[in-house]
Every structure is written in structure tokens, then in C-alpha cells.
Design a protein around this ligand. Structure first.
Ligand code: DX5
Ligand code: ZN
Length: 216
């Protein structure tokens, strides 16, 4: 069974508590929160106060995806705000600083993830593979919900699945971007264990069934 993590980027931002309560009632365990700074990606979303507010009203696992430049500046504060898992982008700083950000997340007692944009090859993740609890393979260019799934990321995903089996078998492999009932079987076949879904989940007229389909 895969973990499905709805991305609140496509939720009604005026009613986030209601959306999280609905997820919980459907048996969903994770909520994915996209943090964008208008610099690493050409879009701006929400920040630390929103994570703090959501933490107060839910016990769902808060899976925070930082699409921000130099995440080391804020990683600790997102942990303090109540994130359970903080994912940083490999492309957002030097290798040394990204490793330091991961160490800070662990020092705060949280799980750390690292993400790669579509243009970044699997080999670039080698120095990080045994340092994290989650690897996030973007299946769209980060920045916006509702984009088309990039099937050409599948060789990268399966290569990472094979490498993780050798060096860090407990590490979760997450995909994000364009995941729906059609693309979910493809990503699961290639090793994904955590599926982020934004627009397809929130558009769905039967969310319970949608989640069951994706998790299966
Ligand atoms: C995109 C974000 C995603 C986004 C996915 O940069 O990281 O989490 O919400 O949205 P969909 O599922 O609509 O592609
Ligand atoms: Zn995301």
C-alpha cells in the first residue's frame, strides 16, 4: 500500500482546517505542504505561520516541501513550527549547505528529505542517499499544481529505487506532480511509495475512492 499525501496547494486556502479534517476522516495520514519563495520557483505560497496553525488543528503527518533558495536559513524554523518531515531541494544550495540543513532537521528530531527537479540526474543524489529518510522525485517542474506528468522521469525513479535497496532500504521514495488515477500505477511500478496529489485529489468528486485507488 502506498502512502497518499494530498498537496494543500490545490485546497481551499480559506478552509484548510476543514480540508485536513476531511482527509483525516478518509483515513489519509499525510498532508503535503508546498512552501515556495518566488525565487527558487516562480511562485509564492505559504510560510512558517501557516504550518504552525495547521499543526495546532491536526495530527496528520505534515510533509513540508521547501521550494526555497538556501533552505538552511529556515529549515529549523519549519521544524519548530511543527513539520514532521522537511524536504529540501538539492539544487537550492551547495552540497555542503544542503547536508548541513539535513543535519539541522535531524537535530530537531524530525525526518529529512531531499528533492530533485526533473533536470537533475539520479547520480547527483549519491552523497545524500544514506543521509535522509525520504527522496522526492519531481514529476513536473516545481512551482505550480495542475501540470502534466513527466513519464520520462520513470528511469530516474527506478534507478533510485534500485540504489536505495542497496544503500538505504528504509528510505521512502516520493513523487510529486501530475499524480492521478492514470499515473499512480506507473509511479508505483517504478518504486514510488509516497504519492503526492494536488489538483487530482481536490478535483475528485469521490475523494475516498480516489485515495483507495491511488494507495492500492
Ligand atoms: C508543485 C508542487 C506539488 C503540487 C502538485 O511544485 O510541489 O506538490 O501541488 O500538484 P498536482 O498534483 O496538481 O500536480
Ligand atoms: Zn510538493
Amino acid at each position: 500500500m502506498a502512502i497518499v499525501a494530498p498537496s494543500i496547494l490545490s485546497a481551499d486556502f480559506a478552509n484548510l482546517q476543514r480540508e485536513l479534517d476531511e482527509m483525516k476522516a478518509l483515513g489519509i495520514r499525510w498532508a503535503h505542504i508546498d512552501i515556495m519563495d518566488g525565487h527558487f520557483v516562480p511562485n509564492i505560497t505559504v510560510g512558517i505561520p501557516v504550518v504552525e496553525s495547521l499543526r495546532r488543528v491536526t495530527d496528520l503527518t505534515l510533509d513540508v516541501h521547501l521550494m526555497i533558495t538556501e533552505p538552511i536559513r529556515y529549515a529549523r524554523r519549519f521544524c519548530q513550527a511543527g513539520a514532521d518531515l522537511v524536504t529540501v531541494h538539492l539544487e537550492a544550495d551547495t552540497q555542503e549547505n544542503i547536508l548541513e540543513a539535513i543535519r539541522e532537521i535531524h537535530a530537531m528530531g524530525k525526518k529529512a528529505g531531499i528533492s530533485v527537479k526533473p533536470g537533475t540526474p539520479a547520480q547527483a543524489l549519491e552523497p545524500f542517499l544514506d543521509q535522509v529518510e525520504l527522496i522526492l522525485v519531481m514529476t513536473v517542474e516545481p512551482g505550480f499544481g495542475g501540470q502534466r506528468f513527466m513519464a520520462d522521469m520513470m528511469p530516474k525513479l527506478s534507478a533510485l529505487r534500485d540504489r536505495l535497496a542497496q544503500v538505504n532500504p528504509g528510505c521512502l521514495l516520493e513523487v510529486d506532480g501530475g499524480i492521478d488515477a492514470v499515473t499512480a500505477p506507473i509511479v508505483k511500478e517504478n518504486g514510488a511509495g509516497v504519492l503526492v496529489s494536488g489538483s487530482a485529489y481536490f478535483r475528485s468528486s469521490d475523494k475516498g475512492r480516489f485515495i483507495a485507488d491511488l494507495a492500492r
